[in-house]
Design a protein around this ligand. Structure first.
Ligand code: MGD
Ligand code: MGD
Ligand code: MO
Length: 759
């Protein structure tokens, strides 16, 4: 056999995840962004009762925990925000916007923190300083000049606190629209839309304690070693107490295989590690519904044969629709399940057997489930599986969607939604005395479509990098430039800010880590984690610049300038955030005694009816919901044998690229690669290191193409290929999304490959 060809930057990573590699990477992040003196204290304050909530992810903390929970990627998120680097007005004076657009996403954010409000000046093609009052006045004038408030879009990225998000939605609704595109629309919207039909609420039902009591954990389509690293401590504990962890993921992810806990002195000293997954099933990209149907079919078959594998008492008392659901499974042929999932019948029967043995099961899932054409259906299959054995309302059991941004769940809870329910609308009218609009607004894809078609003219972004996060940059980037006004409330410079329209304004805000002083003194904000715990977050660091304002203060400033006859006393509210929380409590009864309850370390949990076996569905029961057929019906061309998924590297936070490495996957110093199975490489006559052009194979997608990508061999399911987001977003048409939730199908794109022409 010939020696495999070496590809620059590709070196298999043989160590476990975590361990010394993670400590080294943390030290590097600190060295590159911060002065060492402040760091240990800063990291110590992350996720502490009196500290700030880590902006890295939405995984909860052990209540009252006094041990420092080490997290490499949390450290990256914190040091990236608390960097000593600055982007002052002199930076903009020296760099035209056109020249900045040439820079990479990494370079733009790596310039550091924004320090002054800036407005785009067409004559000099640069951002120029503007006073806060002048900026607010300019925004107010533009908003008031729109003939229809529905021509404005109000985007939220999930870092905004409950207080900021609440004020923002009150402002936009008093202004007159429900246009609330938000990052959740690109993320867990399938959960928010799918679960209410199944179990009555669009959130997870487990608490951190449940992980101490589960007999089995099934992990589908998420990569915790990179994206929810504090979860690794929990998985480590589950594995060590001998409970099985079954993983479904097309890619072998190192952290799901082996993990060395940096807080475990013995593992660190001995360079040993703990096995995480007891079984690892490399499901095909987009094959999860088929795999779940296979497991559930095996259960129904065993039950039909008289084995006691289903909880018939639970099904009879608490659910609807079981008979039709079971019939659909009986009618689904095994060969179809095997082809669509890429997994054998025996493997799926083995999972069913392990599940039937477990008295309490948790299923965790992430973007591998939601970002599909039928993401909503996928989520509902997970609920079905859990309902079959009564895995709700008891310790150690339930469903656990792993949320993305650290407060994306909280933002939704306090009213960021384009489809407000009656309770919210009535509550707003009762408390604030204005009548909010009823008509549903735009989600993220619809907002961008409206901007593309010229129907929407003003875009205000509370954080984020909307144009880069959405699919199809060839459509989204030019569309941003047609806006009458774009306003970005942000900590760091990114590409969306440089897509200047007729008028563009950059408003720099405080980050989570920083002190927020208002008229009545220092303020705390609150956030809700993935497990519905609401707790306070108090920044401690000196702000990056004296000119920064808090997100709530910026929203209040825009609101005052835009709504001269506002019914809301904006200044009164931002003088003391307790008053904002009182207003939240007045509208949402679940937040009763809000201020008192966040004074307790760890905060409080919002009510979750399914945990008490209460189902707030129209029928009053949980619903089994059939998944018609076996696959997402992607209308692909006959020669498209490969299905592409887009993933995050270990050195990135969504569109924020910290560095060029993806350590655990063995990719160093580059991101221009396509992960491929060895047999697919051979079938396509390719060798690792070859350059290919990737073409999307959907109707009308001739323009969706990515050229000169280096193929590399990786342990990934046959027929599945993977590339990094956002580089691969050009392969995804904006119309390629889940019909129910609007979530772009970022993780299931039929593609064909061709060798790149030699140049
Ligand atoms: N450090 C860091 N932390 C983050 C983020 C970050 O970018 N960096 N982002 C935050 C946000 S907003 C979010 S939403 C979360 C995202 O967290 P995750 O849900 O973990 O996100 P991804 O990296 O997109 O992909 C998840 C996994 O899905 C697998 N996968 C891909 N396609 C499929 C499929 O068809 N089926 C199955 N079963 N698996 C599949 C991939 O191999 C990958 O392991 O993390 C949050 N935390
Ligand atoms: N192909 C593909 N595309 C995807 C995904 C995928 O898996 N594949 N994932 C999708 C998902 S899950 C998500 S959530 C979206 C992410 O979409 P977004 O939330 O829009 O994007 P981010 O990259 O998280 O936003 C980064 C910017 O937020 C700003 N920022 C950071 N901290 C703060 C803060 O405290 N306050 C304010 N006001 N601004 C701040 C900074 O300016 C930074 O440049 O991307 C989606 N896009
Ligand atoms: Mo997300």
């Amino acid at each position: 056999m010939t020696k495999p060809r070496e590809v620059p930057g590709i070196k298999p990573y043989t160590s476990p995840a975590g361990g010394w590699g993670a400590l080294g990477a943390t030290a590097k992040a600190v060295r590159e962004q911060m002065e060492l003196s402040e760091t240990p204290l800063l990291l110590y304050r992350t996720n502490k009762p009196a500290g700030f909530d880590c902006p890295g992810c939405a995984w909860p903390d052990k209540e009252h925990s006094s041990t420092f929970q080490f997290c490499e990627n949390g450290a990256k998120a914190v040091t990236w925000e608390a960097t000593k680097k600055r982007v002052p007005p002199s930076f903009f004076a020296a760099n035209t916007v056109t020249s900045l657009r040439e820079r990479s996403d990494h370079d733009l954010e790596n310039e550091g923190r924004l320090t002054h409000p800036m407005a785009y000046d067409t004559a000099s093609d640069s951002y120029q300083p503007i006073s806060w009052d002048a900026a607010f006045a300019r925004i107010g004038t533009a908003l008031r000049a729109l003939p229809d408030p529905n021509q404005a879009e109000f985007y939220t990225s999930g870092r905004a606190s409950n207080e900021a998000a609440f004020l923002y939605q009150i402002f936009a609704r008093e202004y007159g629209t429900n246009n609330f595109p938000d990052c959740s629309n690109m993320c867990h919207e399938a959960t928010s839309v799918g679960l209410p039909h199944a179990i009555g609420i669009g959130k997870g039902t487990v608490s951190l304690d449940d992980f101490d009591h589960c007999d089995l954990l099934i992990s589908i389509g998420h990569n915790p070693g990179t994206n929810h690293p504090r979860m690794m401590g929990t998985l480590h504990e589950i594995s060590r107490r001998g409970a099985p962890i079954i993983v479904f993921n097309p890619l072998r992810e190192r952290a799901l295989e082996r993990f060395a806990d940096p807080q475990n002195a013995v593992e660190m000293a001995r360079f040993s590690s703990t096995q995480i997954a007891s079984s690892y099933y490399q499901v095909k990209v987009g094959g999860d519904a088929a795999a779940l149907k296979g497991i559930m079919k095996a259960l129904v078959t065993a039950d039909d044969a008289g084995e006691p594998v289903l909880d018939h008492l639970f099904i009879a008392k608490h659910t609807n629709g079981f008979a039709a659901f079971a019939d659909d499974l009986r009618a689904t042929p095994w060969h179809a399940i095997e082809i669509a999932s890429g997994l054998g019948r025996d493997a799926l029967e083995a999972v069913a057997a392990a599940y039937a043995k477990s008295k309490a099961t948790i299923v965790t899932y992430g973007m591998g489930i939601t970002q599909h054409l039928r993401g909503t259906g996928n989520v509902q299959q997970i609920a079905n599986l859990l309902l079959m054995r009564g895995n709700f309302g008891k310790p150690g059991a339930g469903i656990c969607p792993l949320r993305g941004h650290s407060n994306v769940q909280g933002d939704r809870t306090v009213g960021i939604t384009e489809k407000p329910n009656e309770a919210l609308l009535v509550g707003i009218e009762r408390h604030f005395g204005f009548r909010p609009p009823r008509a549903h607004g735009h989600d993220a894809v619809a907002a961008m479509q409206a901007i593309i078609e010229g129907r929407s003219k003003i875009l205000i972004c509370l954080g984020g990098n909307l144009a880069v996060a959405l699919p199809d940059p060839a459509q989204c980037l030019p569309a941003m430039r047609k806006l009458d006004l774009a306003v970005h409330i942000a900590t760091k410079l990114n590409r969306s800010h440089l897509l200047v329209g007729r008028d563009s304004i950059l408003l720099p805000c405080l980050g989570r880590t920083e002190r927020d002083i208002q008229e009545t003194g220092p303020q705390s904000v609150t956030v809700e984690d993935s497990m519905s715990m609401v707790h306070a977050s108090t920044g401690k660091l000196t702000p990056a610049s004296d000119h920064l304002r808090s997100e709530p203060a910026i929203i209040a400033g825009i609101a005052e300038a835009s709504l001269p006859d506002s019914k809301v006393d904006w200044r009164y509210l931002i003088a003391d955030y307790d008053r904002i929380r009182d207003a939240i409590e007045a509208i949402y009864p679940d937040f009763h005694d809000y201020n008192a309850r966040i004074a307790v370390p760890g905060g409080f949990r919002l009510s979750l009816p399914p945990t008490e076996l209460v189902w707030t569905t129209p029928s009053g029961k949980a619903e089994f919901i059939c998944f018609d057929g076996i696959e997402e019906d992607v209308p692909m061309s006959a020669d498209a044998h490969l299905r592409l998924t887009t993933i995050r590297s270990h050195d990135q936070y969504n569109t924020t690229i910290y560095g060029q490495d993806d350590r655990y996957r063995g990719v160093f110093g580059r991101r221009d690669v396509l992960f491929m199975n060895r047999e697919d490489l051979a079938a396509q006559n390719l060798l690792p290191g070859d350059l290919v052009d990737i073409q999307t194979a959907l109707p009308g997608s001739a323009g969706n193409r990515l050229e000169r990508v280096t193929v590399i061999e990786y342990d990934i399911a046959r027929g599945s290929v993977a590339a990094y987001f956002p580089e691969a977003n050009c392969l995804i048409p904006l119309s390629h999304h889940d019909a129910d939730s609007g979530t772009p199908s970022y993780k299931s794109i039929p593609v064909t490959l061709s060798p790149s022409p030699k140049i």
